[in-house]
Design a protein around this ligand. Sequence first.
Ligand SMILES: [Zn+2]
Length: 303
Amino acid sequence: MEKGKRTHSEYLKAKKLRQRKRKILRASVYMIYYGFWTIIIALVLYFSYSFISSKFGNQARLKANTKDIVMYNDESFTDNDTTVSHSSTVSNSKSNNGNDSSSNQPRKQEIVNDGTLVVCIDAGHGGKDRGCNRRKRSEKNDTLKLALEIQKYLNSQGIKVVMTRSKDNYLTLQERVDICSSKKCDYFISLHRNCGNGNGYETWLASDACDEAKELANNIHTGMVDVGVSKDRNVKTGSQKNPNEDYFVLRNTTTPACLLELGFLNNSTDNKYFDSNTKAYAKAISDAIISTYNKYHSKNTKK
Ligand SMILES: [Zn+2]
């Protein structure tokens, strides 16, 4: 055969190759064409959705305003504390109320509720953050145990409870604060157990807390002491590590809030108190919440 002349099979092969190239080209054109229109349609849908949701969002906000829910000073939630130690309840970043605390004006204003008390119960720590530990005992389990008892008791009284966690899962401090504000809770109660040398029960409060928050903390404190604690360590402001810096959740919640240190986990007497009084503590804390709320919102409170 002459060199340069193609055999029939070579001719067929070349033909097939040309056909394949044409197919690929056609497919590419289709893809670009349909891809373009898919993107256009997606953009149209996205912008329509944004427009509709912003419109309805504004309407919902207007509705909320009619319920006289007073929002507080818009503190920016820039602190983002994700440390896992027991002391994580104190943010190591800036003290965003440094200026406020020097003023005599209470930062928080009273919420005028529409008649339904909503309580946020925050079981401290959880998941990878065990809090205080002693042998097999972990703070995260104790706080959850009490939180569930409080929830049970308040629910039995017809009161709505928002739990920051109901199982052994991890949450940042900011997430806990966000749950409280997104669910429009009236009160925020954070449960913890102490670490270190010492014994007894103490209640923590923000240094610029409003009267209602002070009343809430005092009522809970009295109720706890009445049930029985190994030592009354009083109602305090600031935090264990820094008397001038309040606990993160107390600084950043916009509702009356307090943080309870329910005895020292590394003290066996305190553990006995905690174990034998869990239900009684839950009732005392709940009753204090209810009586505080009744005092400040008596006209509207549902019983
Ligand atoms: Zn703790």
